[in-house]
Design a protein around this ligand. Structure first.
Ligand code: NAP
Length: 284
């Protein structure tokens, strides 16, 4: 049987440590504060925002929600971000994506002060990640790295394959594995011989967004398989990109969905918010 990497337990440990840091900052008069913007009524976005607020409450972080109607204009949204950028009481700002049609997500990302960009999506933070000199890491890839570290997976010198090249998961994931001295291949929808490449992986990360995409024939015996996918196919419960039952038989460790990468993403967001508060107050 492979090791089932328990994202719930590992994220709980990260959050416990974070709560202690929040309490310590409070003693120094610093109230860690996260501003969360949500535009429109997308039900999935609402769930994500509620989960983030719940995590803030658990840790003693103040969360300020800005719920805007889907009639909000770009000017109004940018004016709010400008206000939050200037508000010294706000340490972190995030705008839940996707935005309703007509609003430009890229302009929103670019408008957030990089020092408050706890999602680490701003081009300045993306550039810093590229050169390995960063304050914030994007939450999902950072969560994956924490899972690997906590499970004692050796990364240096290993072959890592990341399926997916999105700006928020695939690309930064590959970069973090590279910084950890893995030899990294990124695959995408135009990749030829994908199963063959995947079979070379000691560490295989799936961030595709397709249920059961990774099958047993794509996995090397003893590989570590990380499933970032969150899919809700009709008539099925939430599932990942990996055909869990068949792949589990072949690998040495695997993340389940739910209960793997998902809980880590929020834990890392909390960590970034605390880092932002510390940096803004001159604490290292
Ligand atoms: P995305 O922007 O849609 O990117 C998907 C990537 O998969 C693209 O690079 C795409 O290639 C590639 N792809 C699609 N079909 C493929 C195929 N047949 N063969 C090889 N590659 C293929 O998605 P994302 O935002 O990165 O998210 C990926 C998954 O992770 C989704 O299920 C999402 O819900 C989940 N997710 C989970 C968390 C979490 O906290 N657990 C956080 C974020 C995202 P091209 O670039 O060539 O189109």
């Amino acid at each position: 049987m492979p090791e089932i990497i328990d994202g719930k337990a590992i994220s709980a440990a990260v959050k416990e440590k974070a709560a202690k840091e929040v309490a310590k900052l409070k003693e120094q008069g610093i109230e860690v504060t996260l501003a969360v913007i949500i535009v429109g009524e997308d039900p999935a976005s609402r769930v994500y925002v509620n989960n983030k607020k719940k995590a803030c409450e658990q840790l003693g972080i103040i969360s300020r929600e800005y719920a805007l109607p889907d009639t909000t204009t770009m000017e109004e949204l940018l004016a709010l971000i400008d206000r939050l950028n200037k508000d010294k009481a706000v340490n972190g700002i995030l705008c839940q994506m996707p935005l309703p049609n007509g609003l430009n997500g890229k302009l929103v990302t670019d408008a957030i002060d990089p020092a408050k960009d706890v999602d680490a999506f701003h081009p300045v933070n993306v550039g810093k990640i590229m050169i390995g000199d960063y304050d914030f890491l994007p939450c999902t890839p950072a969560g994956v790295m924490e899972l690997l570290k906590s499970t004692g997976v050796e990364i240096s010198g290993k072959r890592a394959v990341v399926i997916g090249r999105s700006d928020i998961v695939g690309k930064p994931m590959a970069m973090l594995l590279l910084h950890a001295n893995a030899t990294v291949t990124i695959c995408h929808s135009r990749t030829k011989n994908l199963p063959e490449i995947c079979r070379e992986a000691d560490i295989l990360v799936a961030a595709v967004g397709r249920a059961d995409f990774v099958t047993a024939d794509m996995v090397k015996d003893g590989a570590v398989v990380i499933d970032v996918g969150m899919n809700r196919p009709e008539g099925r419960k939430l599932c990942g990109d990996v055909a869990f039952c068949e792949v589990a038989d072949k690998c040495s460790a695997i993340t389940p969905v739910p209960g793997g990468v998902g809980p880590m993403t929020i834990a890392m967001l909390m960590k970034n918010t605390i880092t932002a508060a510390k940096r803004q107050n001159g604490i290292n």
